[in-house]
Design a protein around this ligand. Structure first.
Ligand code: PAF
Length: 281
């Protein structure tokens, strides 16, 4: 496995490979890799000749007072995980942006609600870094986790709107044995918070069951699901249409429930597909 730290060296290598006809796959991450990340690498691996994984904790996507300084890091463990997953190139830049970097990429609309409402600069940071990474790697296919469902929708929109010739694949959300969605931020939780974090996936699973059982009234569903949450603060719990992420009043087709909640100083997100009985017919 190559390990590259220089952005322009990475770009030169990827461009040379493309000229030779190699198909490039890409999984961007912020490191502290877990099974959720390696499942994305497994999705990408058979779809490309050369698999690039990036690890970069992107300051642009953290707001003031967020966890940039304490974001968990494990470069050695990450390197070993990438080796095991059959990654060809691990890109670990210290400086990703050139001096004087002043370009921002912003997707409007889709970024207004949900995580965008409480983290107003977050998605601009994500799309800016992903656009730069795409420019460096020039992937044919890139894989993002459905755990960050809104992020995936925003990236798909950016790629469509900017006509980037990249196939975007969504990898299923991976849960731990207790149902908690895998996240690097789970490392922050103490034992009691971890126990209470289960209430998020349980409330979402309850919603999926209730919708599958025929309940269509969103206000009723959300009130009952909220009552199941044992968290310190609910950032949001919403049911939206799966593409435009607009809040729904009634469920008449496939929908998505998304939640963000705080346990102490840790903010966790999770989501689940909602499929009413009518969608099965
Ligand atoms: O999902 C993440 O880990 C990050 O938001 C990403 C896509 C690597 C951009 O920094």
């Amino acid at each position: 496995m190559q390990v590259v730290t220089d952005p322009l060296a990475l770009q030169a290598d990827c461009l040379a490979r493309r000229r030779r006809g190699e198909r490039i796959g890409f999984v961007p991450t912020m490191g502290y890799l877990h099974r959720g990340h390696t499942s994305l690498m497994e999705l990408a691996r058979p779809r490309c000749d050369h698999l690039v994984v990036s690890i970069y904790v992107n300051p642009l996507q953290f707001g003031a007072g967020e966890d940039l300084d304490r974001y968990p890091r494990d470069p050695e463990g990450d390197r070993a995980a990438c080796e095991r997953a059959g990654v060809d190139c691990l890109f670990m830049p210290t400086d990703l942006y050139p001096p004087g970097h002043s370009t921002r990429v912003r997707v409007e609309g889709l970024t207004a609600g949900l995580c965008g409402a409480s983290r107003p600069t977050h998605f601009e940071g994500v799309t800016t870094v992903v656009a730069r990474l795409f420019g460096l790697v020039q992937p044919d296919v890139a894989v993002f986790g459905e755990k960050d469902y809104q992020q995936l929708a925003v990236i798909r929109r950016m790629v469509r709107d900017l006509a980037m010739p990249i196939e975007i694949l969504g990898g299923p959300l991976i849960r731990d044995d207790d149902g908690v969605a895998l996240s690097s931020r789970n490392a922050y939780l103490d034992e009691d918070q971890r126990r209470r974090a289960r209430s998020i996936s349980r409330a979402l699973a309850w919603l999926a069951d209730a919708v599958a059982g025929g309940e269509v009234d969103v206000a009723t569903l959300l009130a009952r699901a909220r009552a199941r949450l044992d968290v310190d603060r609910i950032d949001y719990l919403e049911i939206v249409d799966p593409d435009e992420l607009q809040p729904l009043a009634r469920i008449s087709g496939p929908a998505r429930a998304l939640a963000a909640a705080w346990l102490g100083r840790t903010r966790l997100i999770d989501n689940v597909a909602l499929v009413p009985p009518s969608a099965h017919r």
